[in-house]
Design a protein around this ligand. Structure first.
Ligand code: CUK
Ligand code: CUA
Length: 642
């Protein structure tokens, strides 16, 4: 067996095995449907006109967006633009949403989004918001699940590679952010080999208020490790957040696998309730840390970008009891907390075993001062005083664990490309099933909350190879849906995804559908350039700046013939969609305009900026098929010499 052969591979060789495994995926096609449930087709069949039971929110990875699927059908319902400009919806192209992508580096029309996370109330997903991290230029976005639109993006300063983000606490008190790359603190021009003196790791706690608005409450200054992933405590461990670390050697080059010398890295346990006490006592330093907070206003339909100037920083030195390190074997990737809040699972990606820490034992070790040593004022707890159990040799390359409502855990193994089901408390392996191929995250609806819904599981696979018809050198990544309601996991469905969906979240559709917005009421439209009826339409010139107040309703624009525009004018076309009906957007495009279209929702106003380059008469038209007379929805703009 290939798998057993792998068991003999030395830990350090594992990394190099990945490529070999990936290339070995092209085995015979019939072999790869293994463990398919006989009744799989009917289990995923959602009849025409029927709805799926669950929403699945999948991160777009390097597409920067979020895609929404119906489960169990695997049907793609929507792509929500978040960190990337989206020509389809005009997001990041129209004047109203451009500020959403503003950062201290300027306008950034892209990011790498890894981890969607639903808001929670009492540890249960509540269907209000979805958060997602921007990894590259550190940011966190909040999506409003009444509109399925990006409502807010906050930039995270003092960070490089916002990977361990945006995992929520059980009442969405906070979402968190880490730093995969430690960076100079404060950021400055220093020799890279001064890493140990000048670089720091910074963990951020972003307060979320009742309206969903985000603000950086505090940051925690730590040694220059790589902070990879996180999950917050729940139930008995509510008040704590756990971050995995690797490169605890604090090396600035990972060549020659320098950074994997330590037998154990750490899980950093942060007591954020304690942090709140220290903040209240003024035990912080407020330091300059410019970052933008961008919000979309649903009434004005305009995003604003506000510069925030400082953050509050807590240090372990000044704040004893704030941080502890839990030794965890071999570069833990995911850290996952079971629904009871007792077990903290470190998925050591270069380890043959899975290490499970006990929250109760952790508290006792803190109480008894069972410290192995102290690093930068952070006590390192003794491994054997915090470990609860070990799942022995379950597979190769553990990455992530989720849970069902029956005391079982499901862990993904990247290298042996499988998911292993095991029992919390007995550490016994109950079942295993292959994933095609090389699974990263997995998702069980509610599977990282206090109330998992143990019906379905989705594997988010990194390599697609022969799963679908070939599409040239690149294939869309593959996701797989499993039935986990019985003792044995059963494969039901493959479906392609968009970008690289590292992680996903699932939720019962009924928690969202009842609140779904149908249109924006015109009488609530507060856009300064709105036109609430055709009588309000006009063309206003102020020097070379021209504002066109335009409306759309099936099936015409008003005005539809515009003259008096000159080459080089700065033209703003403010289009208000007068429709007050569900699902009737109108689009707008002008020949030669160097932006994308507008796609204006019913009751909304959006603005296209256009600088006409040439004399002539240019057509414009509606891009979204809206009625039998859609093709008649058009007009002309005459452009005269300057
Ligand atoms: S992840 Cu981001 S490298 Cu395991 Cu959460 Cu894919
Ligand atoms: Cu409006 Cu097509």
């Amino acid at each position: 067996m290939k798998k057993q052969l792998y068991y003999f591979t030395a830990a350090l060789a594992i990394i190099f095995t990945i490529a070999i495994f990936a290339n070995s995926c092209n085995t015979s096609r019939t072999a790869n449907t293994g463990a398919l449930d006989n009744d799989a087709a009917s289990a995923v069949y959602v009849a025409p006109g029927e709805y799926d039971e669950y929403y699945g929110f999948f991160s777009g990875g390097f597409s920067g967006q979020v895609s929404v699927y119906g489960l169990p059908s695997g049907r793609l319902l929507k792509v929500i633009p978040v960190f990337s400009q989206d020509a389809e919806k005009g997001y990041g192209y129209n004047e109203e949403t451009k500020p959403m992508l503003n950062t201290t580096f300027g306008f950034i029309p892209w990011d790498d989004a890894h981890h969607p996370e639903l808001s929670q109330t009492n540890g249960e997903t509540d269907g209000r918001w979805l958060f997602i991290n921007g990894n590259n230029t550190p940011r966190i976005a909040r999506l409003d699940l009444t509109t399925f639109e990006t409502a807010e993006i906050i930039e995270i300063p003092n960070s490089g590679g916002n990977h361990s983000s945006p995992f929520t606490t059980e009442n969405t008190e906070y979402v968190v952010a880490g730093t995969r790359f430690s960076v100079p603190y404060p950021q400055k021009d220093v020799a890279i080999d001064s890493y140990k003196e000048n670089f720091k790791g910074m963990l951020s706690f972003i307060k979320v208020n009742d309206e969903g608005h985000m603000e950086i409450a505090f940051q925690v200054l730590l040694p220059a490790f790589d902070y990879d992933l996180a999950h917050s405590g729940k139930g008995k461990s509510h008040g704590w957040t756990f971050f995995t670390t690797y490169n605890t050697e604090e090396k600035h080059t990972l060549l020659e696998v320098n950074a994997s010398q330590n037998d154990k890295d750490f899980i950093a346990a942060i007591n954020w309730k304690k942090a709140e006490e220290y903040i209240a006592q003024g035990k912080y330093k407020e330091i300059p840390a410019e970052h933008y907070s961008n919000r979309y206003d649903e009434k004005s339909h305009i995003a604003t970008s506000t510069l925030q100037k400082t953050v509050k920083v807590l240090t372990p030195e000044d704040c004893p009891g704030l941080v502890y390190f839990l030794p965890t074997p071999k570069s833990p990737h995911g850290v996952d907390v079971d629904p009871s809040g007792e077990y903290i699972i470190g998925n050591g990606k270069l380890s043959a075993d899975l290490t499970v820490h006990s929250f109760t034992k952790m508290l006792a070790a803190i109480e008894n001062k069972d410290f192995e040593t102290t690093i930068a004022s952070v006590p390192v707890l003794k491994y054997d005083k915090v470990v609860s159990g070990v799942v022995t040799k379950p597979g190769l390359g553990p990455l992530h664990t989720e849970f069902d409502n029956d005391g079982n855990a499901y862990t993904t193994f990247f290298i042996s490309s499988e998911i292993v089901k095991w029992k919390l408390g007995t550490w016994e392996v109950l079942d295993r099933i292959p994933a095609y191929y090389s699974v990263g995250h997995l998702m069980i609806p509610g599977g990282d909350s206090k109330k998992p819904d143990g019906k379905y599981m989705v594997a988010l696979n990194k390599i697609t190879k022969d799963r679908y018809l070939p599409t040239g050198p690149e294939m869309n990544h593959s996701a797989q849906l499993y039935d986990i309601s019985g003792d044995k996991m059963k494969l039901l469905l493959d479906f392609p995804t968009i970008g690289e969906p590292h992680y996903a979240q699932g939720i019962l559709a009924s928690k969202i559908t009842s609140k779904s917005k149908k249109f924006y009421p015109l009488e609530e439209n507060e856009h300064p350039h709105r036109a609430l009826g055709e009588k309000d339409t006009k063309v206003v010139r102020d020097g070379s700046e021209v504002h066109i107040y335009m409306t759309s309703i099936r099936s015409h624009f008003a005005p539809d013939n515009i003259e008096g525009i000159k080459v080089g004018d700065k033209v703003f076309i403010h289009l208000t969609n007068l429709e007050q009906d569900f699902d009737v957007p109108h689009g707008f495009a002008i020949q030669g305009a160097r932006t994308a279209e507008l796609l204006v929702m019913p009751g909304q106003t959006e603005t296209m900026y256009w600088e006409p380059q040439r004399e002539g008469v240019v057509p414009f038209y509606c891009t979204d098929f809206c009625s039998a007379l859609h093709q008649e929805m058009q007009g002309y703009i005459r452009v005269s010499p300057a």
